[in-house]
Design a protein around this ligand. Sequence first.
Ligand SMILES: [Zn+2]
Length: 302
Amino acid sequence: MKIGVLTGQPEPTKGFDETFYYVKSCTGRIKKPADNVYNTISCFGDNVTARKRPEWVATSKSGKAVRTNKNYRFLWDHICPSVEDYRLQILDLVNETLKADVTGIHLESIGFPRTEYCTCSRCVENHKESNLEWTEWRAKTVTELVAEASKIVKENEKSFSVTILPDPCFGKERYGEDFHALAEYVDFFLVPIYDMSYSPTYWLETLALDFSKQLKKPLYIELYASNPGPKIKNILAAIVSVANYADQIILATHDPCLTKEIQEKIVTDNEIVKFLQRHKCEHITNIIENWKKELSGTDSSL
Ligand SMILES: [Zn+2]
């Protein structure tokens, strides 16, 4: 098992196998692409564009898919996946990002906001023309964009991956995320399984097991490790519960200082070492041993 980090720093993070960095998050703000890291692009989650182009926002009988919608607690605003101009913008951004020496391009928020979205005139028309059943048409709409992005990235001989939402049973129905079809185009899937406390953790294991049994490509699991967030011991408990099923665990700290703080706390806490020994987590113990060496090279007090 490998360990990665999602950080706000546009460079590789020491002690981690892979670093993920937002070139565009769901806020809609676009940053410069970064060398030697995975450059993450939020697709249809885009608050800036939703504000500028309200006619592009996904809609349904439950209202527009925006944060102010009282029927759903949307965490960000969603653009309709049928907006052709917006799809081209995403592909342009993929092309632009590939001008840097990226490790890979990672796409997130690739799907529809919820089951009943989107019923705008564009989607109604496209669905009708497709002659497909509603769920199949939505999945095709999502998969086609991923396939186009994948083609561009693969022509540049870089890694390509997507985030799928943490529903191993109904992701296709709810979000149009058909991970059986998507598997053809990606090098790995990333599943974010966030919680503010990770107590208890049995449900994490269930989700990780279900995904690992179904996905035809490697599974990366992203755990919440930001501030304010779970206690270090609980983050470790979360890592332990998914470690047997994930090819890589990504700690989402969003902050390089916090990343280092977590590493330091873990390597200096004997209780944590005992906890890992009790759970026979050798692959995690090895990661921590590497962190110890890494940190002692830069700080002699450790
Ligand atoms: Zn639509």
